[in-house]
Design a protein around this ligand. Structure first.
Ligand code: ADP
Length: 483
């Protein structure tokens, strides 16, 4: 049987360019899907970091005018991923984040930058590159979401289309008057097309015009169909609920493997959990925390943003740190939160240690050295850090939202009695909820055996890509039956 061919359209891809979980997912799925008889080639903008990472390069298509200037489509490989890269310096040769100017604002031409991604995806979907005509175009998030729209408004035969929502908070909304510049026909500007409250909604268009919609956990799939969680798109999603599927994310178990992780001071297994104390000590040293093996050490690895609920961690600090407990935080993002945590590390020297910025290695050390990982998100499509925590024997303390509630089993009496608990959940997502959860965790932690059972259960939990990859493969095939 020849493999099913999928073009994965994404604005980030681990390990080449990453700002969040989207990169992890887009980076891990190709290998996981190849075990399911699915060949994935990823289409990615040619940011400087991407062009630098490429191995063998071949130009497969040239454009005289891609939204204003010439561009090329490259075929390449990097990090064992098969890639198409849009080499368009006028759109992508810029420093810093894929989306933001160095001073943190959206690039003013983001509509064109990511319309280019969607437009080229659509062309590849319709056979523009000899040798690779995909059966399915799979668009990730708003940045890729015009791909199904371009395909829908074209008169040529098209592949099946799938869109995945990694975070519905980001929707890509732009003024209506650029419609024709984006190469979309006037008839697309309706409520059944790309129009979104008088503007152009990239994500809205993708959700309206794709054959299938997925999001990254079953609970989030329900939440986004409710007025509280849908951020304006719940009505559309309810109207398409037959085509909406929640497939939880996984983590790449070759990247996240506590038994051979070179970022850890001491790799460990489920049966050598005591070695974690060496990692704990290394983490305490690294972040200037007191080297106390008996201090309960809470970890945080997170974007610093309103979504992630880290203001609650700040507010909870006086209670969290009682009894000599410690906090190790790795985060990047919101300046005010950063300043507040920096101030907290001065108020609580030796008890609060922070690193601000992006640091893959430290993220691993926090997972392998902290006792518990705090994830108090206000909403969370899937969340990856709690999966890493489970896999690394750090007990996740999570708010009961989205994928967090799907992936962590709360240590309530029943779950403890039946030996299935893996962490602590709390609701509502407020200060009281977090403080109660942290106190509950402290109680459990003081019972070494109970804690070890939580850790062992967590490490045995299924957090990889095998099952989700099977679900994606099934979804692609069901989609093809209808196109
Ligand atoms: P989101 O995509 O909303 O940021 P996820 O939990 O889905 O959140 O994914 C976050 C990913 O980014 C995880 O792999 C996590 O380890 C990583 N991460 C987040 N912040 C940092 C940081 N400051 N340094 C290194 N890795 C980080």
């Amino acid at each position: 049987m020849s493999p099913l061919k999928v073009l994965s359209v994404t604005s980030e891809l681990f390990p080449i360019i990453k700002t969040g979980g989207l990169a992890d997912v887009a980076g891990a799925l190709p290998a996981a899907l190849s075990n399911e008889g699915v060949q994935v080639v990823s289409l990615l903008p040619g940011y400087p970091a991407v062009l630098k990472a490429l191995g063998r390069i071949e130009t497969v298509r040239e454009y005289q005018d891609l939204f204003g200037r010439p561009a090329r489509l490259l075929s390449a490989t990097a990090s064992q991923l098969e890639l198409f890269i849009i080499d368009a310096p006028h759109l992508f040769e810029r420093p810093g984040s894929p989306y933001l100017t160095p001073d943190g604002r959206d690039w003013p031409d983001n509509a064109w930058r990511f319309a280019a991604l969607g437009r080229i995806a659509a062309e590849i979907g319709q056979g523009a590159v000899p040798g690779f005509t995909p059966d399915i175009v799979h668009a990730h998030d708003w940045q890729a979401a015009l791909a199904p729209a371009y395909l829908h408004y074209s008169d040529m035969p098209r592949p099946g289309t799938v869109i995945t929502i990694h975070n519905i908070a980001f929707q890509g909304i732009f003024p209506a008057d650029i419609l024709s510049e984006l190469g979309l026909p006037p008839r697309s500007f309706t409520v059944d097309g790309v129009e979104y409250y008088g503007q152009i909604g990239f994500l809205k268009a993708g959700l309206q015009l794709s054959d299938r919609i997925t999001t990254v956990s079953p609970t989030y799939a329900k939440e986004i169909q409710s007025p509280e969680g849908g951020m304006g798109l719940d009505g559309l999603l309810r109207s398409r609920s037959r085509d909406v599927f929640g497939i939880r994310n996984g983590i790449d178990e070759s990247v996240w493997d506590p038994t051979s992780d070179i970022s850890l001071a001491a790799p460990f297994t489920r049966s050598t959990l005591e070695k974690r104390s060496i990692n704990k000590q290394a983490l305490q040293e690294r972040l200037g925390l007191e080297a106390d093996p008996d201090a309960m050490l809470f970890g945080v690895v997170s974007r610093l943003s309103e979504q992630k609920g880290l203001d609650l961690v700040l507010a909870a600090l006086p209670s969290l740190l009682t009894g000599g407990a410690q906090l190790a935080l790795l985060g990047a993002g919101d300046r005010v939160l950063e300043e507040s945590f920096r101030a907290a590390s001065i108020v609580y020297p030796g008890q609060v240690g922070c690193f601000f910025g992006y640091d893959e290695e430290l993220a691993h050390l926090i997972q392998g050295g902290s006792d518990a990982l705090l994830v108090p998100s206000r909403f969370e499509p899937c969340g990856l850090t709690q999966l890493c925590a489970l896999h690394y024997g750090s007990v996740p303390i999570v708010s009961r939202v989205g994928g967090l509630s799907d992936t962590v089993i709360d240590a309530n009496e029943m779950a403890i009695a039946s030996g299935v608990a893996t962490g602590v959940q709390f609701a509502p997502v407020n200060l009281g909820g977090l403080v109660d959860a942290a106190n509950r965790a402290k109680m459990l932690w003081s019972d070494h055996e109970a804690w070890r059972r939580l850790q062992e259960n967590g490490m045995a939990a299924e957090v990889g890509w095998a099952r989700p990859a099977r679900q994606y493969a099934r979804l692609y095939r069901s989609c093809l039956e209808e196109v």
